[in-house]
Structures are given as structure tokens and as C-alpha cells.
Ligand binder design. Structure first.
Ligand SMILES: CC(C)(COP(=O)(O)OP(=O)(O)OC[C@H]1O[C@@H](n2cnc3c(N)ncnc32)[C@H](O)[C@@H]1OP(=O)(O)O)[C@@H](O)C(=O)NCCC(=O)NCCS
Length: 164
């Protein structure tokens, strides 16, 4: 599997699984009625951020976006988001993308990385981030309206990357 920078052309392959993950409503608090263009603007980062795709053969099996969590005086903390095509989940694509993001953030001198809103019922994500070294700093109670489980918490997950 190769992880490379995503291009505008890749969006047509990312959008279907972006759409299905957002429509399922279990993992992201994105608006439900995003147009293709709005979704592209949201997912495809501009510098200093970056969006990448994970490619197996010629199939895009996942994507991640990364960049500063806050502008200006908060820009030494990174953040990232991940989507793996449902047909390819559980095959280490998310782990590879996670490791890529951590290496990217370290190379650019980010001091830490923070995930702002990990749905507490998203066992796969919580397990994966913990196994990569993240800890749960806090859980915002009832912050996410899960389609089946109702109001559930959002974890703020954090990992220190090193000195600047
Ligand atoms: C969460 C997500 C990114 C994980 O990617 P993935 O490719 O499915 O996960 P991987 O195969 O790399 O699994 C890595 C680890 O995650 C955990 N994991 C994955 N699926 C799991 C499941 N169904 N139950 C419990 N843990 C699971 C395991 O710890 C696994 O470690 P292992 O490889 O040692 O078994 C992916 O499932 C996804 O895109 N989900 C929908 C969108 C989403 O939730 N994004 C993240 C929001 S914070």
C-alpha cells in the first residue's frame, strides 16, 4: 500500500466513501447535506495542511487529512481526520494512515497532536488511537447525537510528540 498526497482528481474516488461514512452518522459531526464541492473543500486541505490517500494497486482505500489544530498561537498542535473505505476497514489501512500522520507531524516539528471529537462508541478508532499512543484527556458528555445510541460522549484525545 502506498500513501501519497491527494489530488483534485482523487476526490471522485474519495467522495463515495466520505459520503457513506458521513451518511451512516456514527463517527463524524459533519452536516448531512454537504454538496460534493462543500465536502471537497472540507476534506481536501490546503497548505500548511495536507490530505493523503492510501492506495492499493490502483484503488483508493482510505484518506486522511492533517494540519494545525488552531491557527497562529495554537499552530504547534496538529490534528487529523481519517476515513477508510468500508470495504477495506479492519485491514490495517487506518493504522498505516495514523502512523503516516504521526511521522508527518513529527517531521514538521509539531509539539503534540490532538483529536478533538472522537465518538466514544467508535471502538475501532478509540482502540487504534490508544494503540498509537494517544490518551483520552476528557470526554465531553452527550456531545454527539448517535443515530442508534442517542447522546454519547466525544473524547478529546492527545499525544505529545516532543520538544520543539
Ligand atoms: C476508524 C478507522 C479509521 C480505523 O481504520 P481501519 O483500517 O478500519 O483499522 P485498522 O485495520 O488499521 O485497525 C487498527 C486497530 O484498530 C482497532 N480496531 C479496528 N477495527 C476494530 C473493531 N471493529 N473493533 C475493535 N477494534 C478495532 C484495533 O486495535 C486494530 O488493531 P490491530 O490491527 O492490532 O487489530 C476506520 O474504521 C474508519 O474509517 N472508520 C469510519 C470513520 C472513522 O471512524 N474515522 C475516525 C474518526 S476519529
Amino acid at each position: 500500500m502506498v500513501i501519497r498526497e491527494a489530488s483534485h482528481v482523487d476526490w471522485q474516488d474519495i467522495y463515495p466513501f466520505f459520503r457513506s461514512i458521513v451518511d451512516k452518522g456514527e463517527t463524524y459531526a459533519y452536516p448531512a447535506d454537504l454538496s460534493v464541492q462543500e465536502a471537497e473543500h472540507l476534506w481536501m486541505e490546503r497548505p500548511p495542511g495536507l490530505t493523503v490517500v492510501a492506495v492499493q494497486g490502483d484503488v483508493i482505500v482510505g484518506s486522511a487529512k492533517m494540519g494545525p489544530n488552531r491557527p497562529g498561537r495554537g499552530s504547534h498542535v496538529a490534528t487529523a481526520s481519517f476515513m477508510v473505505h468500508p470495504d477495506h476497514q479492519g485491514q490495517s489501512v487506518g493504522r498505516s494512515l495514523g502512523n503516516y500522520v504521526l511521522a508527518w507531524a513529527r517531521e514538521r516539528g509539531y509539539r503534540s497532536i490532538q483529536f478533538n471529537a472522537v465518538v466514544e462508541t467508535n471502538v475501532a478508532a478509540v482502540q487504534l488511537w490508544r494503540s498509537l499512543g494517544f490518551t483520552i484527556l476528557t470526554t465531553i458528555p452527550e456531545a454527539f447525537d448517535h443515530p442508534e445510541q442517542g447522546l454519547v460522549g466525544l473524547h478529546v484525545m492527545h499525544m505529545t510528540l516532543g520538544e520543539r
